[in-house]
Design a protein around this ligand. Structure first.
Ligand code: PLP
Length: 383
């Protein structure tokens, strides 16, 4: 596996050596339960506090606003379901968008079955939410607006600052799924008017199964998991200490290197897009050329099947993903590609490459060259 060219960082990222080293003591000698009152437990509790502070430093917020979870999905569920519980007297209307991750969309669908009303905002052809649509959708009984900071497939950056400004004049909470954005682009919830923010450790070189929910300090959602008194009584269950420590280290590194890494990835991204667009006929860039995550390259090769391309690239040692999934023998384009109005043929030919700070220019060149060969080969077969 060592020879793989890994270009699927939106799916997950490898943990760095520094992250691993910081975790190891908490998997061996520092095994105390953070709730225990003797030294071994107190040491673990202190490690949790350090990680909370490391994350809070990146977000420029109070560490008491950070609650550890099992990842992005739990954070999203907690933010949405918790808001409905906290604000059940104020209303039953939620606003979100059509291009959110399923952790948001399926939670909203679950709530619709329970009698909540959800408005799914359209996005434009670049994947951007329009402010006039948001303003029109807001109602006195809207209790929550949940709009992602950056899309996981096409990398589009949503106008979070503008949304925060609009919502300052409304009682609805503002939640953002920042799973793809945290550690990649600057995001400071207090300044941006964000009340709730979800993130996931394995997207920024931390371990899997670990994440956090930021809650504005004076807004405390009810407990999502019931049991012990962990996480100030809001999230029961013995903490995943080693992973949380790893997430803290990963957050600190991501925060420190953010500007440098973003510049590096952006340059490589634009180079890759340029080569793909100029060297492979009919390549179409999905999403916005400029308002996109630094490491995201999402293209369509009309007439070809994304899943086939992923498998053929895999046989050349390249990991990437497509924008569709094969369900019962039929390749179905993703809801994200549909939301930006791609017709099925273009959407079926989507390929996503997501680069990291470790991606080398030579790997981009190898990948583009291999893809060129594969496309030529497939097009010859089709003609
Ligand atoms: N939200 C977004 C935008 C994501 O990209 C993902 C994962 O890909 C999730 C939520 C879910 O995160 P996790 O895998 O930590 O549950």
């Amino acid at each position: 596996m060592d020879n793989n060219i890994y270009m699927d960082c939106a799916a997950t990222t490898p943990i760095s050596d520094e992250v691993l080293q910081s975790m190891l003591p908490y998997l061996k000698e520092e095994y105390g339960n953070p709730s225990s009152i003797y030294d071994l437990g107190v040491d673990s509790a202190a490690a949790l506090q350090r990680a909370r502070q490391q994350i809070a430093d990146v977000l420029a917020c109070d560490p008491a606003s950070i609650f550890f979870t099992s990842g992005g999905t739990e954070s999203d569920n907690w933010a949405i379901i918790g808001t409905t519980e906290l604000r059940k007297e104020q209303g039953r209307h939620i606003i979100t968008t059509k291009l959110e991750h399923h952790a948001i969309l399926h939670t909203c669908e679950y709530l619709e079955k329970k009698g909540y009303e959800v408005t799914y905002l359209d996005v434009d052809e670049l994947g951007m939410v329009k402010m006039e649509h948001l303003i029109k959708a807001l109602r006195p009984d809207t209790i929550l607006v949940s709009i992602m900071s950056a899309n996981n497939e096409i990398g589009t950056l949503e106008p979070i600052q503008q949304i925060g400004r609009i919502l300052r004049g409304h009682s609805a909470f503002f939640h953002t799924d920042a799973v793809q954005a945290f550690g990649q682009i600057p995001i400071q919830p207090i300044e941006l008017g964000i009340d709730l923010l979800s993130a996931s450790s394995h997207k920024f070189h931390g371990p899997k199964g670990c994440g956090f929910l930021y809650m504005r300090k004076d807004l405390l959602l009810p407990s999502f998991l019931h049991g012990g008194k962990q996480e100030s009584g809001r999230r029961a269950g013995t903490e995943n200490v080693a992973s949380i420590v790893g997430m803290g280290t990963a957050a600190e590194i991501a925060g420190k290197e953010l500007v440098k890494n973003a510049q590096y990835k952006q340059k490589l991204r634009d180079y890759m897009i340029h080569r793909l667009e100029t060297e492979i006929p009919y390549v179409h860039l999905n999403g916005s050329r400029y308002r996109r995550l630094p490491g995201n390259v999402n293209i369509s090769i009309p007439g070809l099947d994304g899943e086939t391309l992923v498998l053929m690239l895999d046989s050349e040692g390249i990991c990437c993903s497509s924008g569709s999934a094969c369900t019962s023998g039929q390749t179905e384009p993703s809801h994200v590609l549909r939301s930006i109005g791609l017709d099925d043929e273009v959407a079926r030919g989507a390929l996503r490459f997501t680069l990291s700070k470790n991606t080398k220019k030579s790997e981009v060149d190898y990948t583009v060259n291999k893809l060129k060969e594969i496309v030529q080969q497939l097009r010859k077969m089709h003609n």
